[in-house]
Ligand binder design. Structure first.
Ligand code: ATP
Length: 320
């Protein structure tokens, strides 16, 4: 394994740059060469790629986004598109591929491996934290911290005006960001797709709180559970309280990665290089209970990652 290619794919997440830096520098440390593919699988098909060196990754560890850029490619879902990518594998002398992305990106890498036998390693990079086989994916911690910071600010204004704030957060079909940020932000209720909710109960809890003299309430809604706007309207109708809705949107995807995400990305990036050098064919790097582990790539994206519902219960108890 002399020449390793690397791409970032799907939604960008803070910490992807630290992973790119780790892959490039660990490869060079072992005397290997790295080809950086721009714009994910789209660049793989279009031969938008070139060699990377030590200085290509200088001064990026602290930056959000991805210097290789990312894209979603419908063409890579077709056999013709992947055949085009395979031609580029030959043209650029690529012997292994590292993909930083989410489960869709891993599905793409998996099918490409099954068709052409190119060794592939996946590094979980998505703020949604919805990849089975790893406790954390790169970017999740930063996104949660961004949401908590927003909740802090919202609390200030909510207290001053005695308002109820509904905060809609990202996560696609996962309630992971909502749960972690809601617990850390002391939210009164957290609506997640993994557990049925009853808006009547949410309203009763709000009323109890205000009767006890609470000055404000914050309700976190995962985008996969409901629309924040609809929840706001419903609560206003049921309780008559002054409700305001904030949809945090894409600001959750940006920003400087936290130290946790930089370290996770650095360790996972280095491990991915080791796996290819050792001759592994199709793996994902993960972190479980603080340890870096590896698993079959297809197990990582075919399973649905369970959410720790005990934490949801705890958040409800603590925000009584
Ligand atoms: P995020 O969780 O941040 O959205 P993701 O990796 O899940 O990231 P997707 O848009 O699902 O994002 O997938 C990224 C790309 O992976 C797709 O645009 C496509 O090029 C490729 N891909 C996804 N699924 C497949 C598939 N079944 N076969 C081939 N390629 C695929």
């Amino acid at each position: 394994m002399q020449r390793i290619a690397l791409l970032t794919s799907g939604g960008d997440s803070p910490g992807m740059n630290a992973a790119i830096r780790a892959v490039v520098r660990k490869s060079i440390y072992h005397g290997r060469e790295v080809i950086g593919i721009r714009r994910g699988f789209a660049g793989f098909i279009e031969a938008d790629m070139g060699p990377m060196n030590l200085s290509s990754v200088a001064d990026i560890i602290h930056r959000g986004g991805t210097v290789l850029r990312t894209a979603r490619s419908e063409e890579f879902k077709t056999a013709e598109g992947r055949e085009q990518a395979w031609e580029n594998v030959g043209r650029f002398g690529i012997q292994g591929l590292i993909v930083v992305g989410g489960d869709g990106s891993f599905a793409g890498a998996d099918i490409f491996h099954s068709e052409y036998n190119l060794p592939v390693v996946g590094i979980p990079g998505t703020i949604d934290n919805d990849i089975a086989g790893t406790d954390f994916s790169i970017g999740f911690d930063t996104a949660v911290n961004t949401v908590v910071e927003a909740i802090n600010k919202i609390r200030d204004t909510a207290t001053s005006h005695e308002r109820t704030f509904i905060v809609e957060v990202m996560g696609r079909n996962s309630g992971s960001i909502a749960l972690s940020s809601g617990l850390a932000g002391g939210a009164e209720s957290i609506l997640i797709p993994e557990r049925e909710y009853d808006l009547d109960q949410v309203c009763k809890k709000l009323n109890r709180g205000y009767k006890r003299g609470k000055l404000h309430s914050v309700i976190i809604v995962a985008e996969g559970a409901a629309s924040g706007i609809d929840v706001g309207k419903e609560i206003k109708r049921e309780t008559g309280l002054d409700t305001k809705v904030t949809i945090l949107g894409h600001l959750q995807r940006g920003g400087n990665p936290t130290a946790f995400d930089r370290n996770l990305a650095s360790i996972m990036g280095a491990k991915a290089v080791d796996l290819l050098i050792q001759g592994e064919q199709k793996k994902m790097v993960g972190m479980v209970a603080g340890d870096i582990i590896t698993m079959d790539l297809d197990e990582a994206f075919k399973e649905v990652k369970p959410l720790d519902l005990e934490l949801h219960k705890l958040a409800a108890i603590l925000s009584i």
